[in-house]
Design a protein around this ligand. Structure first.
Ligand SMILES: [Zn+2]
Length: 326
């Protein structure tokens, strides 16, 4: 079932754009130029303003650009699986080549940036890697602190496949971790109370029933992959904050409807999203999966999802790969 409208989600509380305006002098008279050239700029401008010439505020368009930061965390998976660096390059290409959206700026990094100005400019962070990358990178606590500050100003967070992963030692004994508040759920790796499952099989990924912008432009698809199930979504009373994007009746031997892609609208005004696919990089060739993932990234960055979904073309996946899986 495809949605029919373009503005599904409620208008965000948080407004991303900061319109920094800068006065410019629209007209300069020949005499002013002459005076400037003669080295009497200050006197000339004062004289010009005193004469009643108008000035105009123009927006600094550079400060309004949506900026997606793709963080490629460590991964030890063999070629063909995960391939997080290639996936980062691919996501950047797909977002920037889309014709239906105003393409965001996209930075792909393998280390958490030191550049405070870059972090300030980011509207959504997409994580790829084995486990939630900040938990496996240097200066973990500083990264988590900075992410916390970014989410408080409404920055989006997206986790793809194993980047949803947390281990027992990452979470409190009750299973809490900030990632729960940022995206709504995680893949619990050998946690005592919560155990998610990673298995490879064929399944059908279905769009959620509740209309949402992220459902635009893709339909139910069969896929041979590793759709995690029994994800941990926090205490039951918090589950109503989840916005379902896609479900699957899995695993095949004991099918139960499982949430495989979802989002949340956080109280800070930001958006979080996650998808448990794909394990195999070749599955990016599936146009339905591709649109689903691009839609949820775009939604997290507060770009309007086009009514036909984010368009993408991918004929040559190999051109993004190195052959080494890195
Ligand atoms: Zn995997």
């Amino acid at each position: 079932m495809l949605p029919e409208r373009t503005h599904w989600a409620a208008a965000p509380v948080f407004m991303r754009t900061k319109t920094r305006q800068r006065p410019v002098i629209r007209c300069l008279t020949i005499s002013l130029v002459a005076v400037l050239l003669a080295g009497f700029a200050a006197i000339a401008i004062a004289g010009d303003e005193a004469s009643g010439k108008s000035t105009t505020d123009t927006p600094d368009s550079g400060s309004q650009k949506t900026h997606v930061l793709v963080v490629v965390g460590p991964s030890e998976h063999p070629p063909g699986t995960h391939e997080v660096a290639a996936t980062g390059r691919l996501i950047k290409h797909l977002l920037q080549e889309s014709k239906r959206i105003d393409p965001p700026a996209v930075s792909v990094v393998s280390q958490w940036p030191d550049d405070a100005a870059l972090l300030d400019a980011v509207t959504s962070v997409v994580f790829l890697g084995d486990f939630f990358p900040p938990t496996r990178m240097e200066n973990k606590s500083r990264i988590l602190q900075q992410l916390d500050e970014m989410t408080q100003r409404g920055c989006g967070i997206v986790c793809v496949h194993f980047a949803t992963g947390l281990a027992k030692h990452d979470v409190t004994p009750e299973g809490h971790h900030p990632l729960l508040d940022w995206t709504g759920g995680y893949f619990a790796t050998r946690c005592e109370h919560h155990q998610s499952v990673a298995k490879i099989f064929e399944s059908t990924i279905e769009p959620a029933e509740r209309p949402h912008a992220v459902l635009a432009g893709w339909k139910s698809f069969r896929i041979h992959d590793e759709p995690y199930y029994e994800m941990y979504f926090g205490p039951k009373e918090t589950h109503n904050r989840l916005i379902p994007f896609a479900t699957a009746m899995i695993p095949p031997e004991a099918p139960r409807q499982q949430l495989v892609a979802w989002g949340i609208e956080r109280p800070d005004g930001g958006r979080g999203a996650a998808i448990v696919l794909p394990h195999f990089i070749r599955n990016w060739l599936d146009p339905n999966m591709r649109t689903l993932i691009l839609n949820l990234i775009v939604w997290s960055a507060k770009i309007d999802v086009p009514s036909e979904g984010v368009d993408s073309q991918l004929d040559d996946l190999q051109s993004f790969q190195t052959g080494t899986g890195k």
